[in-house]
Write a protein that binds this ligand. Structure first.
Ligand code: R5P
Length: 325
């Protein structure tokens, strides 16, 4: 039997999809439990089957899944796992999605577009989720799309403490690569006591992967610049930002992001860029074969495990909200 019993009959059980088993094992180890055995498989036509190998009746269930490639399959698997828990009488179900997929489509930029982040929240509600736990949502207001509690955790303190061990604050400039990251960058500079720079980034609405840097505001020349972002996907945002910083005389350029998505040829683009160091967390597994010469992957599992423990014991998750955007 896996799981931890609190006072009374409540039992914490951790479940893992196939997206990032290593992270789930790490979180389970920190909680002093195991990942509950489950049968997860694909039928020949791609449909997913899930069944737990022990009773989940009355448990406080935490279902961890990485929304990683193939992302729609991984999300569907988590939905099916939640449905199976609901139908097997789990008492409370928390969806743990350290990287919450579709968060970038959080509003209609143009007519006839979806609001996919809202749809995601509705899907998890329909499946039976009572609570969401996420790390660095693309925008904090997505919390309002879900009617239950959302534990929105932040990786900034983890990233900032790591950078502080590498670079002194007097030579450091934290760079927001677009308007969406200004709040996080401000909180980082407040914490580190260093300078802030802001990039004015634009995307062509009809070609969203095309990025151009319009301007940079802040002290760059001769400084170690850390570009901070929620995610690196194709690498376009970071590469363009790094070009702009290099053109303005930055001494060194570091990229720090919570989620390393690294789609397509991101590795090649980053390797050919002015970025010398890459710092991410392990909310997502690295894509097979991904390589960057100076890559640091920080573990998010202590934060996630602590948050799960606080939720389970009715403690305070607010104490983990330092760095909230
Ligand atoms: C955009 O607003 C996000 O915060 C990221 O900057 C963006 O999604 C990163 O994607 P890419 O690496 O493809 O530029």
């Amino acid at each position: 039997m896996t799981g931890i019993k609190a006072t009374g009959e409540r039992k914490l059980m951790l479940f893992s999809g196939r997206g990032h088993r290593e992270l789930a094992e790490d979180v389970a180890g920190r909680l002093g439990t195991g990942v509950t055995p489950a049968e997860l498989k694909d039928f020949a036509n791609g449909e997913i089957y899930a069944r737990y190998e022990e009773s989940v009746r009355g448990c406080d269930a935490f279902v961890l899944q990485a929304h990683t490639a193939p992302i729609n399959h991984r999300i569907m698997e988590q939905l099916i796992m939640v449905d199976a828990l609901k139908r097997a009488s789990a008492e409370r179900i928390t969806v743990v999605a350290p990287f919450f997929g579709y968060a970038r489509q959080d509003k209609k930029h143009r007519g006839r577009e979806p609001v996919s982040a809202r749809l995601m929240a509705d899907l998890f509600t329909a499946a039976g989720a009572d609570r969401l736990m996420v790390v660095d949502l693309h925008t904090a207001q997505i919390q309002g799309f879900f009617d239950g509690p959302v534990d929105h955790l932040h990786a900034m303190p983890l990233l900032a403490d790591h950078v502080a061990r590498l670079v002194g604050s007097s030579e450091l400039t934290i760079v927001a690569p677009d308007a969406g990251r200004v709040r996080v960058a401000e909180r980082w500079t407040d914490r580190a006591g260093c300078a802030l720079a802001i990039i004015h980034k634009r995307r062509d609405p009809s070609r969203p992967s095309e990025i151009s840097v319009q301007d940079v505001v802040g002290e760059i020349a001769g400084r170690t610049c850390v570009i901070v972002d929620d995610m690196i996907d194709t690498g376009g945002t970071i590469v363009r930002a790094a070009e702009a910083l290099a053109a303005r005389g930055a001494a060194e350029i570091i990229a720090a992001a919570t989620h390393g998505v690294f789609s397509g040829d991101a590795a090649e683009r980053l390797a050919a860029s002015a970025v010398s160091r890459l710092i991410i967390t392990d909310t997502l597994p690295l894509p097979p074969g991904f390589h960057f010469d100076d890559l640091t992957v920080l573990s998010i599992s202590p934060l996630v495990a602590r948050a799960i423990r606080e939720v389970f014991t009715d403690g305070s998750v607010t104490t983990l909200f330092e760095g909230e955007s």
